[in-house]
Design a protein around this ligand. Structure first.
Ligand SMILES: CC(C)=CCC/C(C)=C/CC/C(C)=C/CC/C(C)=C/COP(=O)(O)OP(=O)(O)O
Ligand SMILES: O=P(O)(O)OC[C@@H](O)CO
Ligand SMILES: [Mg+2]
Length: 240
């Protein structure tokens, strides 16, 4: 657990930062080399590794394999404490601030400390905000929390600002993996206007046009998982 800010500083403001999400539950070790070759040919800037439900030990095996093929920073995006491994570079230290489940607001974080102190991971305090997308998400099910309705704009903004005021270093607006309805551009722009920390946006973004819209609205980092899982040729549309 370190205080350095290399990864945080690697998020260039107002640039097209792209995080590719690898879910250890959906990627086999054998598939990593080919997948990362494609990542390396795209303009991806970061690799996130995580999922809502991942078996113990899988994350470490996958991270070790990913690191063999790329120099991009590998950042844990954990649904639970068992996904922590010191083989990654950093960790989004998530607090699910859209929800009201104490385990996901502070419980898991306390549980994580005894593991984190034994690592060199860059710990990045992240306010994680789940927004309703038209269908139930794995995050909602696992955390037993309700997302914020997507029409409750002021609640979404106030939640993000509260996270920033609490000292969080990133705000992550999440529609959920495979979301039917990605985060609306007007939500992105209104949140962005009220915070001065980087804004991550993910969930349900499937086309180059949707990704561009998210950047234009003010997303500093866009996260793509499902679109690459479904069709690796999508990387061709995002060449560096
Ligand atoms: C502090 C530590 C160690 C853990 C944080 C625990 C918290 C607060 C987690 C937030 C809630 C949560 C379950 C987040 C998971 C985020 C994630 C990696 C989502 C990726 O997508 P999936 O939810 O796996 O989607 P699929 O169902 O498509 O696989
Ligand atoms: O899988 P997708 O829909 O791209 O979502 C990415 C990420 O925001 C999920 O946590
Ligand atoms: Mg998953």
């Amino acid at each position: 657990m370190t205080q350095h800010n290399h990864i945080l500083n690697s998020i260039q403001p107002n640039a097209r930062n792209l995080a590719v999400l690898i879910d250890p539950d959906k990627m086999t070790v054998d598939a990593v080399a080919t997948f990362i070759t494609q990542v390396n040919q795209s303009y991806a800037t970061h690799i996130f590794v995580g999922g809502s439900e991942v078996s113990e030990g899988l994350t470490e095996i996958l991270v070790l394999e990913i690191k063999k093929h790329t120099d991009l920073p590998v950042i844990l995006f954990p649904g639970d404490v068992i996904q922590i491994t010191d083989k990654a570079d950093g960790i989004l230290f998530l607090s699910l601030i859209s929800g009201r489940n104490p385990d996901y607001l502070i419980g898991k974080q306390v549980e994580a400390v005894s593991k984190l102190v034994k690592t060199n991971l860059e710990v990045i305090p992240t306010g994680y905000i789940l927004i309703e997308n038209g269908k139930e998400t794995a995050v909602q099910r696992v955390s037993e929390t309700d997302p914020i309705p997507r029409h409750a704009l002021q609640t979404i903004i106030d939640t993000a600002v509260a996270g920033a005021l609490l000292g969080m270093k990133l705000i992550y607006l999440e529609a959920g993996s495979g979301a039917l309805h990605a985060i609306d551009p007007h939500i992105i722009s209104q949140v962005k206007a009220q915070i001065n920390i980087p804004l991550i946006v993910g969930g349900g973004l499937r086309s180059k046009a949707e990704i561009e819209t998210a950047y234009k609205a003010g997303a500093d980092v866009v996260v793509i998982g499902t679109a690459f899982e479904n069709d690796q040729s999508f990387f061709n549309a995002l060449k560096s």
